[in-house]
Design a protein around this ligand. Structure first.
Ligand code: GDP
Length: 334
């Protein structure tokens, strides 16, 4: 056994140093930790879990905000404007992303260096593109862990960006304290969101680009308010507000942040803030159990051996799907 490794749960000297450096707020150490988290190598994964365990007591103090909107809604312009406003107000922010399409396209939201150029130059901001780990579950998993590492490094605001397509919104809403929808001021857009059931998970709606056509923006705000009014609110203590912003003109950032603070205060005093985090942590555990079981199933040698023939028999109608599943699952019993 090399000198710098000890028992199963202990950190190696190298990783202890990494933990210390993350806790001291060193960006390079944080980036390195996230690289470990995102690695698919099993030795890296083992190290990442130990590092995270050591960082865990230092997490939880940030406010976690999810921001979603269709491509072109102005997410990166908005995050940059808000980020700079936040830094000037004394905050430190980390920007993470969940974009499961990044493994297909090769790029990712936040991956493009020209995005958020000004924010990238600021010491108080840490920006990390979406992991390209494949499935939405895998991407979300790594983003959740990266979020914890950022909190341990002292970032007090975590923004998680996601594209307004697919299931990624619901996934991000499940890992943040507050979920924000960034919308364009036109009715077609509203209908899209309403149809997709995203409205239900929004804690705040920000209509962006109000500078282009203030009248249309006012109409959009009224429509949104009406749509939200028809829903049963997720909390008796919060009615999702609708505000207008202009990311390009950097207008509305103070109003936006005031709503976030108002939400945090309302949810904290009612106890819902902690309750939500507890529920999210348990849901996260169960989703990991499910993916772990799935992997265990797929990797089991007897299952692996019998799966092709049983699948064929199910396809041919020679055995019912239920009976085949039962047979395969029986291999997991010890
Ligand atoms: P994303 O795809 O959601 O990240 O959107 P971007 O931030 O890349 O913005 C898409 C386009 O909208 C860019 O050309 C921005 O300059 C423009 N844009 C973003 N916010 C505003 C705004 O408040 N007003 C105006 N007029 N244009 C904006």
């Amino acid at each position: 056994m090399p000198a710098n490794t000890t028992s199963a749960d202990a950190l190696s000297l190298v990783d202890q140093q990494l933990v210390d450096n993350v806790l001291a707020g060193q960006r390079r150490a944080l980036a390195k930790t996230i690289t470990l988290i995102e690695s698919t190598r099993s030795d890296h994964q083992q190290r990442a879990q130990k590092v995270l365990a050591a960082l865990l007591p230092h997490t939880g103090r940030a406010i976690r905000v999810g921001i979603s909107g269709v491509p072109g809604a102005g997410k990166s312009t908005f995050i940059e404007a808000l980020g700079i406003w936040l830094i000037e107000a004394g905050h430190q922010l980390a920007v993470l992303a969940v974009d499961p399409s990044s493994s297909v396209s090769g790029g990712s939201i936040l991956g493009d260096k020209t995005r958020m150029e000004l924010l990238c130059q600021r010491e108080q901001a840490f920006i990390r593109p979406s992991p390209s780990a494949g499935s939405l579950g895998g991407v979300a998993e790594k983003t959740r862990e990266a979020m914890l590492a950022c909190e341990a490094a002292g970032y007090d605001v975590i923004l998680v960006e996601t594209v307004g397509v697919g299931q990624s919104e619901t996934t991000v809403a499940g890992m943040v304290d507050m979920f924000v929808l960034l919308q364009l001021p036109n009715a077609g857009d509203d209908l899209q969101a309403i149809k997709k059931g995203i409205v239900e998970i929004a804690d705040l709606v920000a209509i962006n680009k109000v500078d282009i056509d203030p009248k249309a923006a006012a109409v959009a705000r009224a429509q949104w308010k009406q749509a939200l009014h028809m829903l049963r609110p997720a909390s008796p203590n919060w009615r999702p507000p609708v505000i207008g912003v202009s990311a390009l003109k950097k207008e509305g950032m103070a109003d936006f942040w005031a709503e976030i603070e108002r939400y945090r205060a309302a949810m904290t005093s009612s106890g819902e803030f902690e309750e939500k985090r507890k529920k999210q942590a348990l849901a996260w555990m169960w989703s990991m159990i499910e993916s772990g079981l799935h992997q265990l199933f797929r990797n089991h040698p007897s299952i692996h051996a019998s799966l092709p023939a049983l699948s064929q028999n199910v396809a041919k109608g020679l055995i019912t799907p239920g009976a085949a599943a039962k047979k395969l699952l029986a291999y997991l019993k010890v």
